[in-house]
Design a protein around this ligand. Structure first.
Ligand code: ADE
Length: 231
């Protein structure tokens, strides 16, 4: 998978994406992340990407020309590229959106900044994603969250100890409680069933625990049918 990121802070990348599972995927060439400077798509001496809003109001707005120029260049190079603006007004990003995006071969993630983005550029981009109902000062961290989440779903990116196929209970709820040695820690014991060697019983216990956790902690996710996809 290829991910192009359009930002006024290209030096922020790969940043935290350079470590862990995603860092390994980058090294192995399973994933390519390229950050592009939006200022490279300006045509004035000051490389200006923002301007004051028509009608007044605080802050600055991303000008349409550099963004539209960049988006058209990406689409001309690859008509299959999925171009997405990170914005708190977008469709909510979650695990099922991540699974959807993991099927794409090419994402172009556009990081907004300032008070916002000129409406005509937003229309040109067409798709917006929000990572949650809070406002970041820019889309860069949101783009990193999207890349991190999607990348680990791309086949081959997980190490054997992190195999997705072994995340069995994510089909039905949250991860069940996990334990490692010691069997007794400060008087708190590992549940007997996990030490029984009885695989069917272990599987049943884990399924019950993961479903119960989701019911108790996130009843909204049970109602919304999120368990169908798992998390
Ligand atoms: N940019 C600012 N806030 C954001 C959010 N919550 N999600 C995505 N992009 C953003």
């Amino acid at each position: 998978m290829r991910v192009d990121v359009l930002t006024i802070f290209p030096d922020m990348f790969p940043g935290p994406l350079g470590g862990g599972v995603v860092g390994r995927a980058l090294e192995q060439g399973l994933l390519t992340v390229v950050a592009h400077d939006l200022r490279d798509y300006t045509d004035d001496r000051h490389r200006q990407v923002d301007d004051i809003p028509f009608g007044g109001g605080p802050g600055m707005v991303f000008k349409p020309e550099p963004l539209v120029r960049a988006v058209r260049a990406f689409r001309a190079e690859d008509p299959a590229a999925r171009v997405i603006l990170l914005s708190p007004q977008g469709r909510r990003f979650d695990q099922s959106v991540a699974r959807e995006l993991a099927n794409e071969s090419h994402l172009v993630l556009i990081c907004g900044r300032y008070q916002g983005v000129d409406e005509r550029a937003r229309e040109e981009i067409g798709e917006e994603l929000s990572i949650g109902d809070y406002v970041l000062s820019g889309g860069e961290l949101a783009a990193m969250v999207v890349v991190e989440t999607v990348a680990r779903l791309v086949p081959g990116t997980l190490g054997s100890h992190e195999s997705l196929s072994e995340e069995t209970f994510t089909d039905r709820g949250f991860e069940p409680p996990l334990y490692t040695r010691p069997a007794s820690f400060e008087g708190r014991e590992v549940p007997e069933v996990l030490r029984s060697g009885h695989h069917a019983a272990i599987e049943r216990w884990r399924r019950e625990q993961s479903e119960e956790r989701m019911r108790r902690r996130r009843p909204d996710m049970v109602r919304d049918g999120a368990t169908a996809g798992g998390i």
